[in-house]
Design a binder for this molecule. Structure first.
Ligand SMILES: [Zn+2]
Length: 177
């Protein structure tokens, strides 16, 4: 899912997972299948199980640390409620007709994953973080121009940035051509 790309910081890969009534959980497998890959106590299951969308009773954010190749963090479970009027993010209750969350709902639940990065990143002021973001944008543009000077393709640059060849071209081609 795109979530794995959207929620990646350094070695930390955030995932939005479906939770089932028996406490087991897991993410979508190939072809959009709903797979249970973890037991309620978070241990990996030897034989992943298929589930149906109606069996999804909640969702949670988790983090896998790819550098250590190990679990990093497990977020709280959000309960799936039956109607929109029952929805209450303050007590981790969310309504979704779709079994797989996208967009705003996904962002809401993944906020906890963002917060789990605080011990790793720290919490700069908005002013200082904005200055760092501006600086990083300049560095990125300069790095892309340098890579192009050295003959790198837009596909290679896009892959390095984590975007498509076309997106990389649209974003930086005007600096060159
Ligand atoms: Zn993490």
């Amino acid at each position: 899912m795109a979530r794995a790309i959207d929620y990646t910081y350094s070695w930390h890969e955030g995932y939005l997972e479906c939770v089932y009534s028996d406490g087991r959980w897991g993410q979508t497998g190939s072809g959009g299948r709903l797979l249970v890959t973890r037991a309620a106590d978070n241990t990996p299951m030897e034989e992943p199980e298929d589930r149906t969308g109606e069996e999804v009773v909640g969702w949670r954010a988790v983090c896998f640390e790819t550098g250590d190749d190990a679990d990093c963090w497990f977020g709280p479970t959000w309960t799936r409620v039956a109607t929109k009027t029952e929805q209450n993010p303050a007590v981790l209750q969310i309504f979704s007709a779709d079994d797989w969350l996208v967009g705003d709902h996904a962002d809401t639940i993944m906020t906890a994953w963002l917060r789990h990065l605080v011990p790793h990143i720290g919490t700069p002021s908005v002013e200082s973080a904005a200055a760092m973001a501006t600086d990083a944008q300049f560095r990125l543009t300069l790095a892309v121009l340098d890579a192009r000077d050295k003959g790198a393709s837009w596909a290679k640059i896009g892959a390095a940035v984590g975007i498509s060849r076309q997106s990389a071209h649209e974003r930086w081609a005007n600096y060159r051509d």
